[in-house]
Design a protein around this ligand. Structure first.
Ligand code: NHR
Ligand code: GAR
Length: 214
């Protein structure tokens, strides 16, 4: 049975679309059982509806604390019995209670070659540093922001004179390839989270699998 997967978004959902397309093409064996957004106007909700995937929206502003919001999200998500949660441009930091409830089952994609540039504004920071390489990293979510064990990274060479917007566009194209691939590895059990580490094909992975793109 395909792994029951919830996708959490806050915005346009181009990564969500990459999952929808990969499943439809028969390239990804996941059951996309629900899409959650904390923003009612997130365009990704329309992408989900068009693909026939149930949607949930809960606005964090309606709750008095982060923990109360997270408890409400858990209650709604659990009705769909997800086995994997995919953060795809989801912009709310998750409390320890949420992370513990789904321990080892939450993935995030961060637009940098972690451990470089956790946090925001990653493309500009890579340019300002004069880096040769930039990219994106899929990792398990732990309480440490952008600090959980890494699974798969995609890198590309920064072009001379490239702007942050141009770089972001190229990084997003990489994300649309590596994120469904990484989630497929977790969904099939080839990658698991154990004792705070990512285990890839039975071996503890000090470094993520690294793919290079043009
Ligand atoms: N939650 C945990 N516990 N651990 C991680 O590694 C997480 C996470 C939730 C989201 C994505 C992350 C990123 O890849 C992510 C990783 C939002 C913020 C943030 O500051 C930081 C990191 C990430 C996502 N959010 C503000 C907040 O108060 C709100 C910002 C906004 O609404 O625009 O939650 O970059
Ligand atoms: C992606 O580039 C992802 O790496 C980044 O937001 C974009 C979401 O795009 N995530 C973060 O910055 C998380 N804070 P999408 O909504 O089109 O998938």
């Amino acid at each position: 049975m395909a792994c029951r997967t919830a996708i959490l978004i806050s915005g346009s959902g181009t990564n969500l679309q990459a999952f929808i397309d990969a499943v439809a093409a028969g390239n990804l064996d996941l059951d996309l059982c629900v899409v959650f957004s904390n923003k009612p106007d997130a365009y990704g909700l329309q992408r989900a509806a068009k693909a026939g995937i149930p949607t949930i929206c809960i606005e964090h502003g309606d709750f008095e604390s982060r923990e109360a919001f997270d408890r409400a999200v858990i209650a709604e998500l659990d009705r769909f019995e997800p086995e994997l949660l995919v953060l795809a441009g989801f912009m709310r930091i998750l409390s320890s209670g949420f992370v513990e409830h789904y321990e080892g089952k939450i993935l995030n994609i961060h637009p940098a070659l972690l451990p470089k540039y956790p946090g925001l504004d990653t493309h500009q920071r890579a340019l300002d540093a004069g880096d040769e390489w930039h990219g994106s990293t899929v990792h398990f979510v732990t309480e440490e922001l952008d600090g959980g064990p890494r699974i798969l990274a995609g890198r590309l060479r920064i072009h001379p004179g490239e702007s942050a917007d141009e770089l972001q566009t190229r990084v997003q194209a990489v994300e649309h390839r590596i994120y469904p691939a990484a989630a497929g590895l977790v969904g099939s059990g080839r990658v698991v989270f154990r004792d705070g580490d990512a285990i890839i094909d039975g071996k503890s992975a000090a470094e993520p699998v690294l793919k290079t793109y043009d």
